[in-house]
Design a protein around this ligand. Structure first.
Ligand code: NDP
Ligand code: GDR
Length: 337
């Protein structure tokens, strides 16, 4: 039987890659998106099927994670086999400016979804997009047994969603899993996350359109992986008979400086000539070091990453250079990169 999945956050980086993966496996995909006054479907335009397409397998719905009733109605109608909760206010720095909104969408949004599944009696498997930000100030390496110490409203909201997912599994026998994913990036990464901010600037500096790039803390250590590989891990988690929680990471540590080296180096530039400091990009409380131990995922999901941060930087720089060149020559470009 062809399977049906619901993806919240389908218009985001991960949602777009996951939708491609599931469509490729023959699923019908129902994508939930929030209403926006301007187009917010750029990442999925290349797989969009209009409502008149016979037998279409990608269906979009306007459902906001703040609207519990809309979630109940949608799940009752669609009755999916799998639900992937990727929707969130996902920017850590922004969560300090919008703590209540972040708590509502990123934290309570997950609970609304769990409750909609439970109250609607929907037999489904649920993936919750948990985050390495939950570990916060607990030193690396971090795995599934590492205590949480979140350092932002975003991290706190994700901890709440994590435990709600565990609780619904234990209380109601729900097949609900947490994927604790470390940072993962791609050419579709949002433009204000540090990797993409850097690779876009590299393309513009190379083209002579920009001289300086303003950044915050360059000492932070992250474990950066490649988003298309990480959505495969999400899917594998839901195929296991027993629901469980898994860390997904490369295990390779790099500072923001290291990423700058790799990204500027990819086009023969020296980042130290271009990068300036702006305290505006620092956080009231920083997460100094995240380095994941994904040995459980490797063993039980047979999942292991191939792309490390330096190759990732090269992939992203090449995509941003190509996109800028296309824009400058007046061509329209697809986001299918
Ligand atoms: P993005 O920020 O790219 O995507 C987030 C998605 O959530 C977008 O589709 C966004 O819509 C949607 N969204 C935001 N607010 C609402 C709302 N009120 N109602 C419904 N949808 C909403 O994130 P990523 O794709 O990078 O990440 C996917 C998930 O994984 C997120 O939950 C994130 O917190 C988590 N995560 C991400 C990691 C990473 O390194 N990328 C690591 C660990 C966890 P719109 O397009 O309109 O903005
Ligand atoms: P992060 O990603 O906070 O780890 O959350 P981000 O790319 O925003 O920051 C990574 C590190 O870079 C430092 N930094 C800057 N960050 C941004 N955005 N802009 C800057 O100018 C800048 N200068 C330095 C930050 O201080 C930080 O240490 C991401 C998100 O995708 C979350 O949703 C996800 O849960 C986690 O990764 C895992």
């Amino acid at each position: 039987m062809p399977r049906t999945a619901v993806i919240t956050g389908i218009t985001g980086q991960d949602g777009s890659y996951l939708a491609e993966l599931l469509l490729g496996k023959g699923y019908t995909v129902h994508g939930l998106m929030r209403r926006s006054s301007s187009f917010n479907t750029e990442r999925i335009d290349h797989i969009y099927e209009d409502p008149q397409t016979p037998g279409r397998r990608l269906v979009l719905h306007h459902v906001d994670l703040s609207d519990g009733v809309a979630l109940v109605n949608l799940l009752r109608d669609v009755r999916p086999d799998e639900v992937y909760n990727l929707g969130a206010q996902s920017h850590v720095r922004v969560s300090f400016d919008a703590p209540l909104y972040t708590g509502d969408v990123t934290g309570l949004g997950a609970l609304r979804l769990l409750e909609a599944i439970r109250a609607g009696g929907v037999e489904t498997r649920l993936y919750q997009a948990s985050s390495s930000e939950m570990f916060g100030s607990t030193p690396p390496p971090q795995n599934e047994t590492t205590p949480f110490h979140p350092r932002s409203p975003y991290g706190c909201a994700k901890v709440m969603a994590y435990w709600a997912t565990v609780n619904y599994r234990e209380a109601y026998g729900m097949h609900a899993v947490n994927g604790i994913l470390f940072n993962h990036e791609s050419p579709r990464r949002g433009e204000t996350f540090v990797t993409r901010k850097i690779t876009r600037a590299v393309a513009r500096i190379r083209a002579g359109l920009q001289e300086h790039l303003y950044l915050g803390n360059l000492d932070a250590v992250r474990d950066w992986g490649y988003a298309p590989e990480y959505v495969e891990a999400m899917w594998r988690m839901l195929q296991r008979d027993e629901p469980d929680d898994y860390v997904v990471a490369t295990g390779v540590a790099a500072t923001v400086r290291d990423f700058l080296d790799a990204a500027f180096g990819a086009v023969g530039l020296d980042w130290e000539r271009h990068v300036r400091h702006d305290p505006k990009y620092e956080r009231p409380t920083e997460v100094d070091a995240l380095i994941g131990d994904a040995s459980k995922a490797q063993k039980l999901l047979d999942w292991s990453p191939e792309v490390r941060y330096d190759e990732l930087a090269r992939i992203m720089v090449e995509a941003d250079v190509a996109q800028l060149e296309a824009e400058l020559s007046g061509r329209r470009v697809r986001v299918d990169r």
